[in-house]
Ligand binder design. Structure first.
Ligand code: ADP
Ligand code: MG
Length: 262
């Protein structure tokens, strides 16, 4: 069974455009999925808002563990799917980092000891223990801010799925991004039996983290496949208005000339 599945998911903002049109995707457990699309029109953020029930489909379905997401099971869904929004300011509003990370578990109604245990574990995993008693990082420290936001999600219960909307936004490329992807890769799969879904408009981030890619363009899936398959489809990347770094473009061209697939 897929941990997340969408079936012909269509969503129109009230009075607005169709931000998603008949999107069908299957996300197996433990997968590392990239949703790649240019900024502002892909539908990536709209899609992710459906994974945790923030938005309700205009038509079609979102299934988590094979069950349609409804108002009734939304609490369960949010325990399974941890969301890290694009702008961590949306989440950080506590006086200290420790309290901020504790916010979710406290809201789950967990006892003090369990909360403390979760907070310790999450801060340690994100290498943010030294920030514990500080005020939550401000935008001048984007990397730390992102790590605190992720720690907050991890502390909820190890969520089975972590969804990160544009995790590299605001980070110092390439240093900050490499740091973040490093953390994601070292999350222990036995405790955090984790499926990772992230969106990005940065093509070069994909092969570093993802084993499967969906390319989104104007609310539809324009293509999907492994990074190797996707990167050989120049017309797909260009059609989706993605910015392919010149050095990568050259490399791909020479791969194609040498016979494509392998
Ligand atoms: N709150 C909103 N109200 C109306 N239209 C929106 C809203 N949010 C996004 N959109 C529109 O939906 C489309 C997809 O946006 P979004 O999901 O944010 O794409 P992406 O995350 O790939 O940049 C865009 O055309 C955008 O203008
Ligand atoms: Mg977005």
């Amino acid at each position: 069974m897929h941990i997340i599945e969408t079936r012909d998911l269509t969503y129109s903002y009230p009075g607005g455009i169709d931000a998603l049109r008949s999107v069908s995707m299957h996300i197996p457990r433990h997968a590392r999925i990239a949703v790649l699309g240019s900024n502002g029109a892909g539908g990536k953020s709209t899609l992710f808002s459906h994974f945790c029930g923030v938005l309700t489909p205009t038509s079609g379905q979102v299934l988590v563990h094979g069950e349609a997401v409804t108002k009734k099971n939304i609490r369960e869904v949010r325990k399974t799917v941890g969301m890290v929004f694009q702008n961590p300011d949306d989440q950080i509003f506590s006086p200290t980092v420790e309290q901020d990370v504790a916010f979710g578990p406290v809201n789950l109604g967990l006892d003090e000891e369990t909360v403390a245990h979760r907070v310790d574990g999450a801060l340690r995993l994100m290498d943010a223990d030294h920030l514990r008693h500080r005020t939550p990082p401000t935008s001048s420290r984007e990397g730390e801010k992102k790590r605190v936001a992720i720690a907050g999600v991890l502390a909820m219960e190890p969520p089975q799925v972590i969804v990160l909307d544009e995790p590299s936004s605001g980070l110092d490329p390439p240093q900050g991004v490499r740091e973040l992807t490093g953390f994601l890769r070292t999350l222990p799969p036995d405790t955090y039996g984790m499926t990772v879904i992230f969106s990005t408009h940065q093509v070069d981030l994909v092969p570093e983290i993802a084993d499967y890619v969906y390319v989104m363009q104007d609310g539809v899936i324009a293509g999907e496949g492994t990074p190797d398959e996707i990167f050989l489809r120049e017309e797909l990347l260009r059609g989706a208005r993605l910015d392919v770094p010149p050095i990568l473009a050259r490399l791909l061209r020479s791969l194609r000339q040498n016979g494509g697939q392998d």
